[in-house]
Design a protein around this ligand. Structure first.
Ligand code: SF4
Length: 158
């Protein structure tokens, strides 16, 4: 056989395209936001991993970064933002507060955003270092690459 050619499956190509075209929505509420800015700016540069395009509309986003403390009062807002995002969508809990309530073990703070919305990746730390954010992003990309496609038209009707 002569000439150059590549072989792949449609699912592998879809996963590759999705993992390198993440549009993230930063839901920033507290001090972890400083580390988010550090990870997003040129020194650490998450754009290298195809996730540099920040969108401030949930309808244009497929990655929700929940950065900081979520109070009970804010919980319905977070749920609404998540519901407005396009499918397929992913969520990263950024820092101890988003993952578990962190140091705020009290009635006013949600003890982990997974009580409100599904979470794909948890980043520990108070606050997490930017390197941990990049590591979480790589783990998410690996998950997206190996995700079984959700072919809705193949689903049985209820
Ligand atoms: S995890 Fe620490 S740094 Fe992050 S929002 Fe909570 S208290 Fe602030």
């Amino acid at each position: 056989m002569s000439g150059n050619f590549i072989t792949t499956s449609f699912n592998a190509m879809l996963g590759w395209g999705r993992k390198y075209s993440l549009f993230h929505y930063p839901f920033v509420t507290a001090c972890c936001g400083m580390e988010y800015m550090s990870a997003a700016c040129s020194h650490f540069d998450i754009d290298r991993f195809g996730a540099g395009w920040t969108r401030f509309s949930p309808r244009q986003s497929d990655l929700l970064l929940v950065v900081g403390t979520i109070s009970q009062k804010l919980a319905p807002v977070l749920k609404t933002v998540y519901d407005q995002m396009t499918e397929p969508k992913w969520v990263i809990a950024f820092g101890a507060c988003a993952a578990s309530g962190g140091i705020y073990d009290n009635y006013a703070v949600v003890q982990g955003i997974d009580r409100i919305i599904p979470v794909d990746i948890y980043i520990p730390g108070c606050p997490p270092r930017p390197e941990m954010v990049l590591d979480a992003l790589l783990k998410l990309q690996d998950k997206i690459q190996h995700l079984e496609p959700d072919w809705r038209w193949k689903k049985k009707k209820p």
